[in-house]
Design a protein around this ligand. Structure first.
Ligand code: GLN
Length: 470
């Protein structure tokens, strides 16, 4: 799709304006955009490249020069960056035209897209349901067919979960594959740039545009960027696939199980060697608490600059201390404030060893489990969510201590702990709403991952799905 669009550069202006109007029209129903960008000006100087004249959207934690970037937080509600994120420049250089900055969970913390300061984003397949988060607005704008690609970010599963709920392809490449320079951080050791498309081919092509070394992100890799889209063959023959049994065991929804295991059978028919593998159950249950500890500590430290003094929104006060306290109290939503309490507690000098550093040790044990599994298998797979997108009203009934929540709904942070590439593609529908499968491979094995994903796409036929928004 992106390839065909980029070939027709003459139609670019019309196409981008149409996407812009379409996004605006859907906003009433989806509430998926924070800032719309009229593409007329950008269309005057479209560069030659792999995305020439292709309309795209950026999550609102990607800094864009001269364009408001809020990370969906009141505290950044008036923040206008003076520079572009590395990927914003890369996309421009490839000819892409940005039409919207999409909604997200506040500061990318959350999995629902219900915590944005503009209110919830709604799922294009059923607007009573959530999009998932934190990159929900980007998932929705791709799922509704407005743009073929939108950028997200993934610290725990924030691209791969909304991809499952919105019926699109969601990719989180290897840590270091895409520069994070200019992305408003969440937790630096876990943060990845990710993105959404409606086909595996578009996903492969997008990585060619985004990946590559950037001196301004010290974690960025020197490895050569492969020709991912040319190396696609969808071949499942001989691929060794490990089903993550801890996830399927904790899964309650019968229909999800059926869709998933039917797909596994079909993969076997195509020559894949599919086996069930159990990783240490205690470690699997430790993923979420370990994640919360590390992520919240890092976030607390990263966001100490949001104080109302240097930039962004400011509340009044009689001295510096009071300005900071008032600004941070009013500027952050309740979830963020709770997370900062956990993060600060974990970072207290007297707690650092037994909390933050212990968390790092547990993380290492978890990564060792995943690593040894991927020495025997090409990929680890499991449903990307236990069910279709929950109804927004049902969110408060979630039992966050059940195995199903601890493991099935949160295991995808494995790929953030390890930095391994991981992606979600649609695998089926329940009650008219999509659900995805997650695939994780070893470090820098994006080519292999895309090929397995394409093999699955060929089996399901779920390519270029578009939700009809009602
Ligand atoms: N749901 C996770 C959280 O609440 C993941 C967020 C993310 O990946 N940005 O932090």
């Amino acid at each position: 799709m992106i390839k065909e669009l980029a070939k027709n550069k003459e139609g670019a202006k019309e196409r981008c304006l149409k996407a812009y109007e379409e996004a605006k029209k859907l906003q009433d129903k989806l509430n998926h955009v924070i800032t719309f960008i009229d593409p007329s000006e950008q269309c005057e100087e479209i560069k030659e490249g792999k995305m020439a004249g292709v309309p795209i959207a950026l999550k609102d934690n990607v800094n864009t020069k001269g364009i408001k970037t809020t990370a969906a937080s009141q505290i950044l509600s008036n923040y206008v960056p003076i520079y572009d994120a590395h990927i914003a420049t890369k996309l421009k250089d490839a000819g892409a035209v940005c039409i919207a900055k999409t909604s997200m969970d506040e500061l990318a913390m959350g999995g629902t897209n219900l915590t944005s300061f503009i209110g919830p984003a709604y799922n294009p397949w059923d607007t009573r349901r959530m999009t998932g988060g934190s990159s929900g607005g980007s998932a929705a704008i791709v799922a509704s067919g407005t743009v073929p690609m939108a950028i997200g970010s993934d610290t725990g599963d924030s691209v791969r979960k909304p991809a499952s709920f919105c019926g699109v392809v969601g990719v989180k490449p290897t840590y270091g594959r895409i520069s994070r320079y200019g992305i408003i951080p969440y937790a630096s050791s876990l943060d990845h740039v990710g993105y959404f498309t409606r086909s595996v081919e578009d996903a492969a092509l997008t990585l060619e545009v985004l990946a590559g070394r950037d001196d301004r992100d010290m974690t960025s890799s020197y490895r050569e960027v492969e020709a991912y889209s040319e190396l696609l063959n969808g071949d499942l023959k001989g691929k060794r696939i490990a089903i993550l049994k801890n996830v399927t065991d904790a899964l309650h929804e019968e229909e999800t199980r059926k869709i998933f295991f039917d797909l596994m059978k079909k993969m076997e028919e195509k020559g894949a060697i599919v086996e069930e593998v159990s990783l240490d159950e205690n470690l699997m249950k430790a993923i979420l608490p370990t994640y919360y500890l590390i992520a919240n500590c890092e976030a607390t430290s990263n966001h100490s600059n949001l104080d109302g003094l240097r930039f962004g929104y400011r509340e009044e006060g009689s001295d510096m201390q009071e300005i900071m306290t008032n600004t941070r109290t009013k500027g952050f939503g309740p979830l963020i404030r709770r997370r900062f309490v956990i993060g600060s507690y974990g970072l207290f000098e007297e707690n650092q060893e037994r909390l933050f550093r212990k968390g790092q040790k547990v993380r290492r044990l978890i990564v060792e489990e995943v690593k040894s599994c991927l020495e025997k298998y090409d990929a680890i797979v499991a449903p990307a969510s236990g069910s279709i997108a929950p109804l927004i009203d049902a969110q408060k009934d979630q039992d966050e201590l059940s195995d199903e929540y601890l493991i099935t709904e949160n295991y995808m942070a494995l790929a953030n702990f390890s930095g391994y590439p991981s992606m979600t593609v649609p695998m089926g529908f329940i009650d008219g709403c999509p659900i995805g499968i997650n695939i994780t491979c070893g470090a820098f094995e994006e080519v292999k991952m895309f090929n397995i994903a394409e093999g699955i796409e060929e089996i399901t036929g779920y390519k270029d799905l578009k939700a009809e928004v009602k």
